[in-house]
Design a protein around this ligand. Structure first.
Ligand code: SAM
Length: 324
């Protein structure tokens, strides 16, 4: 098993398969940004080998993210190969949804069972303003296609930002009820290229919950999976809401994950810029056992907890590279 110095068992790897993205969400990036050159991005074979090495150490869960994972060709091949690995029981995908509708059947055939789709507004014009692309209808169509195709659960990830989309909190709760999906409100985190983040301006999960409770009853959900979200059923109807509070509270004690960045660095803690270069080992002919020992050593030094909110400084990388 992979156990860190604080007795946390690591059984979950989140992998950014590309830093490239078809959207330019203004809270994620400032305008245009340089991509990592292709040769520096891990190949699918390298990602598969990494997961193959992790699985016998107890990793059961893999999430593919980015950048936009569907912006990279051949994702179905990667899914298929990861599905073949003994011990990997759960493979999921985080996507902005723009390309999902066209690929949903192919991804299902490749073994995808569930998906998280990011959506920060239910207003078409605002979507274009936030993302730089007029693709709101495409995303809604993708959510419908994913629903009809039987992917389950479908979770909608929403980042609420002050004076940006905080007037839509209740609309998202209504959408969770209407679509019978889980809408997860994620706090705005201090990453990377965007100059938008200020600790004084985040809308905390507590504040979002207060707005929701003024209109809806929230009942702790029994269907909540193991994970960082606090999940509630919405009283008197279907759908759920979840709160992910990486900034305002400590979810570090339950952290069971490491990240693999698009450029092949292991990042043991989302909030720490300290990363470990596994790509060099993979590319310099090291054996599986040597890489295994490296991963074990990296997990050992996973920080116990992130800094307090006031002390949080901006992480250098953006989430598109780390893997949001
Ligand atoms: N392109 C995919 C998508 O949009 O879901 C995967 C990558 S994206 C970086 C993953 C998630 O990170 C999205 O839900 C996005 O809203 C979120 N994200 C990006 N920057 C963030 C920030 N500074 N704080 C909180 N969430 C952020």
């Amino acid at each position: 098993m992979l156990i860190d110095d604080y007795n946390r068992v690591i059984d979950y790897v989140r992998i950014s398969i590309t830093d490239r993205c078809n959207l330019r969400c203004r809270y994620c990036v400032d305008g245009d940004f340089p991509f990592i050159p292709h040769p520096e991005v891990l190949s699918y074979e390298e990602i598969i080998r990494f997961v193959r090495i992790c699985a016998p150490m107890g990793v059961k869960k893999v999430r593919l993210t980015g950048g936009e994972p569907l912006a990279r060709k051949g994702l179905s091949y990667l899914l298929c190969e990861l599905n073949r690995i003994d011990g990997i029981a759960d493979i999921s995908l985080t996507t902005n949804g723009v390309f999902l509708g066209d690929k949903v059947e192919e991804l299902k055939q490749a073994g995808l069972k569930r998906v998280n789709i990011s959506l920060d507004t239910m207003k078409k014009d605002r979507f274009a303003w936030i993302t730089g692309v007029d693709a709101f209808d495409k995303v809604i169509e993708s959510i419908k296609k994913a629903t009809y195709s039987g992917l389950h659960p479908i979770k909608i990830n929403t980042v609420i930002i002050k004076d940006f989309n905080d007037d839509e909190i209740l609309d998202f709760v209504r959408i969770a009820r209407k679509w019978d999906h889980e809408v997860r409100f994620i706090e705005f985190m201090p990453f990377g290229d965007s100059s938008l983040w200020k600790s004084t301006e985040i809308v905390t999960s507590g504040q979002i919950e207060e707005v929701i409770r003024s209109k809806f009853e929230l009942v702790p959900s029994e269907r909540s999976d193991k994970g960082p979200a606090r999940v509630y059923d919405i009283g008197g109807g279907s759908g759920r809401v979840g709160f992910i509070s990486p900034v305002s509270s400590h979810i570090c004690a339950e952290c069971n994950r490491i990240r693999l960045t698009a450029s092949g660095m292991i990042r043991p803690c989302l909030f720490s810029d300290v990363e470990y270069d596994v790509k060099s080992l993979i590319r310099s002919g090291k054996s599986d056992d040597e890489i295994k020992e490296f991963i074990r050593a990296v997990v050992k030094v996973k920080p116990e907890r992130k800094l307090e909110m006031g002390a949080i400084r901006k992480c250098q990388r953006s989430l598109r590279n780390i893997g949001g």
